[in-house]
Each structure stands twice: as C-alpha cells, then as structure tokens.
Design a protein around this ligand. Structure first.
Ligand code: PEP
Ligand code: MN
Length: 355
C-alpha cells in the first residue's frame, strides 16, 4: 500500500534537513530539532554531492544511510535523498528511503534520467525531479515523464532555480514563468519550491518561500543545519531549525479556490477581463491594417522598414502616456517591443512578396 506523501487540504509539505549528511551526530541533532518544528514532514540530506570541482566534500556515501535510518526512527520524519545514478538509486531502495530526488545536474541529461528510471521500475518509492540547471521547461517535463513511465506513482517536481549567464541577486534565478508553464501544462503535478538553492542566501529564503505559497506551490524544501556557518556544503544558504520554525510560522497560506460567493464574483470580473482582451485584440488587428498600408507605401518609395527616430519617438510618447495611466514602465516597453517586432516582420514580408 503506497502512502500518500502530499495530503489534500493540508498546508505545504515541508521538507527540511542539511544540504549534506556530515556526521551521525549532525544528522540526529537536526532531525530531532526538526521533529519539533510544526509542519515539517520530510527529512532531506544529500549523501553524494555533485560538486563543480573534484576535491571538495563529495558526501559521506552509504554509511550515512544508517544514520538516516536512525533519524527516521527517532523523529518519525520521512527520508528524502538524492540519487545521481542507478547505483545510488538501488542503494537508496535497499535502505528503504521514502523519497528519491533527482538533482538539477542529472535531470538535464535524458540518458542519466532514463537509467535511474529503469533502476526504479516497479518500485513504490516516491521520486521528485529537480528542474534541470538550464531554463528548459520541456526537459524538466521530459524527465518527469520518464519517471512516470517507469510506473512510479508518486512523482513531484522541485523548482530550484536556473543557471543564467547574467549576474543576479539570486544564486540560481527562479524564472517563475518556467514552473508556471509546467503547472499550466500539468495541473495535476505537485510542485515543491527550494528557496535555499534559488537564493543561495539565508536573508532571502522567507520572501521566496512566500512567493511560492502565493503561486500555489504544494511544498517547500529548505536546507537546515544546526550550525549553518560550519556546514560542509552550501553554508551561506542553510538556516537553523529554529529559524525555519519562524519562517514557516510567518508564512501566509492562501486557499486554492474560494466558496461560491467568491467564485461568482471572480467569474463576473473575469468575464469583464475577457471582453477587454477581445477589444485589445481587435485594436491590434486594426493597428496591423495600418502597419500594412505603411509597409506598402514604404515599398513603393523604396524606404527602409526600420525607422529608428520613429521607434524612439513611439517609446518615449507611449511611456509618458502609459505612465499617466499608472502602467509599469518596463511593462509598457516590453509590450511595445513585441508589437514593433511584429510590425517589422510584417512589413519585411510585404517588401519581399510580389504584390
Ligand atoms: C541539493 O539539494 O543539495 C542539491 C545538490 O541540489 P541541486 O541539484 O538543486 O543543485
Ligand atoms: Mn545544497
């Protein structure tokens, strides 16, 4: 009988524990402290650590699984551990680990995910898949599907942020549009947010966890250590169990759906939005008709499609106009750029088609 890990109509599933299992004492001390933090249900710890360069602490390996079993006995928490290859997966099954997660450096590789899926075939373990390090929703979904196809019943996604080239206040910027796209494509999927790896710093965990709750995530995975500054990996982002308790207590949890009065009011407001969207599209279509006329006129007079002065003038005047309507400056520019790109594409097409 498979035990459901996510409970319906409960608060977020909270997964906490150190980045890495370091010593038996550290594992037991953390688990016993977490047992008393309301809401925590799963104890996490890495025992094989994917490190950027060799020589860094690479995890305690199999011996730590015995400590984790003790931690489960003493705390009653379920256990979650990362598997990076099929051998890891088999060992985690052998030790009865409740949840196996696939890390961001593994979910990026379909061959590696498939090998782990094959190793887990037919097992009752729950499997959670972290987003791949590169911002690719389909790759994440594909990894989840490989696990589902192996017959795993309890599959969930973990959002831990993405590797990007630009500098950011985040360690791995969340790019919320990607998990939102995943949830839109798979509304049945449970999604957990990992604010520890997203932020990389203690000071931002609270606000990121709250944002995830506002978006309707089903759980949180937060790295927790009895003495965070001394952690052997990811020290800057780990928090104490006490701090975790404060963060969880301060979270504002919203309902997924409201009662019938709320629902009726929402429907009324949404139907107004629907008709405004239709008006917007009609106006865009009318604008495109003018853009077409202008395109033909430019062609007739052998004039370039792109006119920088005109474009700068559009941006400046529409920004002023939109600002007076209290629209966000970046939002106005983003929309204008999309419209302008489409106009240029359309006029270029006109120039090169015989008519
Ligand atoms: C971790 O959870 O400690 C970890 C290594 O995560 P990720 O795969 O997200 O980097
Ligand atoms: Mn970590």
């Amino acid at each position: 009988m498979i035990r459901a890990i996510f409970e319906e109509n409960a608060g977020p599933l909270v997964v906490a524990g150190p980045c890495s299992a370091e010593t038996e004492e550290q594992v037991l001390q953390t688990a016993l402290a977490l047992k008393n933090v309301p809401g925590v249900k799963v104890f996490r710890a890495g025992i094989w650590k994917p490190r950027t360069r060799p020589g860094a602490f690479e995890g305690m390996g199999e011996e730590a699984l015995v400590w984790l079993q003790k931690a489960r006995e003493q705390s009653g928490l379920l256990l979650a551990v990362e598997a990076g290859n099929p051998e890891h997966a088999e060992l985690l099954l052998k030790y009865g680990i409740d949840i196996i997660w696939i890390g961001a450096r593994t979910s990026v590789n379909p061959f590696a995910v498939q090998e782990i899926a094959d190793a887990l075939k037919g097992s009752e373990v729950a499997v959670w898949v972290k987003n791949p390090i590169n911002p690719d929703m389909k790759l994440w979904l594909g990894a989840l599907e490989r696990i589902e196809k192996a017959g795993i019943q309890q599959v969930a996604a973990i959002h831990r942020g993405f590797q990007v080239y630009e500098n950011s206040v985040y360690r791995y910027p969340p790019k919320w549009d990607i998990p939102i796209a995943l949830m839109s494509e798979r509304p049945d999927l449970k999604v957990i947010c990992d604010p520890s790896h997203i932020t990389g710093k203690r000071s931002m965990i609270q606000e990121t966890a709250q944002k995830a709750m506002d978006l309707g995530y089903h759980g949180l995975m937060i790295e927790t250590h009895p003495d965070p500054d001394k952690a052997w990996s990811d020290a800057a982002q780990q928090i104490t169990p006490e701090r975790l308790g404060e963060i969880l207590a301060a979270l504002h949890i919203r309902e997924r759906t409201g009662g019938s009065v709320f629902q009726n009011e929402l429907e009324a407001l949404r139907s107004m939005v629907d008709s405004l969207d239709e008006e917007l599209l009609e106006i865009l279509a009318r604008r495109m008709e003018l853009v077409e006329k202008i395109g033909r006129y430019k062609k007739q007079h052998n004039i370039t499609v792109f006119q920088p002065e005109r474009w700068n003038e559009i941006k400046a005047s529409r920004s002023r106009f939109g600002n007076n309507l209290t629209l966000d400056q970046d939002f106005i520019i983003t929309i204008l750029k999309e419209i302008h790109n489409e106009s240029i594409r359309f006029q270029t097409e006109i120039i090169y088609t015989e008519k």
